[in-house]
Ligand binder design. Structure first.
Ligand code: NAI
Length: 307
């Protein structure tokens, strides 16, 4: 398949690197508005192929012609957070960028599946959905894979076990109100609630909710990019290889979980058709209340853009 990554910044370059290393697409295109940037980043990525031994091709470009007929497009174009900024602070600038990018992509790749990464993600994916006119199955946001990876990592650290054996789900908005579910977190099939004391588990939940902020604070300039890039590629791989992976993604909800008309992080089945199914399940009253905080926050963001 053909994968386009829009934005050759930190996240876009990480995504390009993982896409090549994991051989998710025959052809990878990295596009940015800055002249030379995607070309240089692409060349740097390509030069790792003799060492790692993959054969995928990558092209850096400023011209949307090169993105023509992509099967999957990852949108990372836009500003990232600086210390003291919330994801909401990015809204005004990034909505314009995401609109322009989406129009260009739709014109050149009318059949593509869009993965939106630009923050604030739950509002930006709605913008891409509206501007593209694509069916809801073909527009999806990346956040849950990253947030769940952080959650799983922290749980694994606490238990001293392989992170790979930790299964856990983060639902809702990509922000302070995200919902890392404790009830469903497990390690090798054993409930995490039986292994980690409640206080400690609550700390892990809080740390997960502030997972991006913790890194922004440490870096002092820029925000997380290595795992965000990989998380986007895990989604792209599921789509390009029709893997039917079950991954938490921002999907357009029409009544699922009692939520209507917004994109929000929920477990979905990702395959060649994009969001092939939303895996709905009963939530406890407390979980519902927590998820409603996400819904309200996302609705506020979307209303401030689209009225
Ligand atoms: P960055 O500043 O390193 O890169 C952004 C790139 O977008 C720059 O190279 C810039 O030239 C490019 N760009 C700007 N306008 C463009 C346009 N119209 N067309 C094409 N390219 C354009 O930022 P970084 O760190 O790569 O982050 C990118 C976005 O991803 C940010 O909004 C950030 O908040 C978000 N993000 C989202 C995550 C998530 O979980 N959803 C996780 C990490 C970052």
């Amino acid at each position: 398949g053909k994968l386009t990554i829009v934005g050759a910044g930190a996240v876009g370059t990480s995504a390009a690197h993982w896409a090549l290393a994991k051989s998710v697409a025959k052809e990878v295109v990295l596009i940015d508005v800055v002249d030379g940037l995607p070309q240089g980043k692409a060349l740097d990525c390509a030069q790792s192929s003799p060492i790692e031994g993959y054969s995928g091709h990558i092209k850096g470009t400023n011209d949307y012609e090169d993105t023509k007929n992509s099967d999957c497009v990852i949108i990372t174009a836009g500003l990232a957070r600086k210390p003291g900024m919330t994801r909401e602070d990015l809204l005004e600038k990034n909505v314009q960028i995401v609109k322009t990018v989406t129009q260009n992509i739709v014109e050149h790749s009318p059949e593509a599946i869009l993965i939106v990464v630009t923050n604030p993600i739950d509002a930006m994916v709605y913008t891409a959905f509206k501007v593209s006119g694509f069916p809801k199955q073909r527009v999806v946001g990346m956040a849950g894979v990253l947030d769940s990876a952080r959650y799983r990592y922290f749980i694994a650290q606490e238990l001293g076990v392989s992170p790979n054996d930790v299964s856990a789900l983060v639902m809702g908005i990509h922000g302070d109100n995200m919902l890392p579910l404790t009830r469903l977190a497990s390690v090798g099939g054993v409930p995490v609630e039986a292994l980690i004391p409640k206080d400690k588990l609550n700390e892990i939940v809080k740390r997960t909710q502030n997972g991006g902020g913790e890194i922004v604070g440490l870096l002092k300039s820029g925000s997380a990019f290595t795992t965000p890039g990989l998380a986007a590629i895990e989604m792209a791989e599921a789509i390009l290889k029709d893997q039917k992976r079950v991954l938490p993604c921002a999907a357009y909800l029409e009544g699922e979980f009692g939520i209507d008309g917004v994109f929000l992080g929920v477990p979905v089945v990702l395959g060649r058709n994009g969001v092939e199914r939303i895996l709905e399940f009963p939530l406890t009253p407390e979980e519902k209340d927590a998820l409603n905080l996400s819904v309200e926050a996302v609705k506020r963001q979307v209303e401030s853009i689209h009225g």
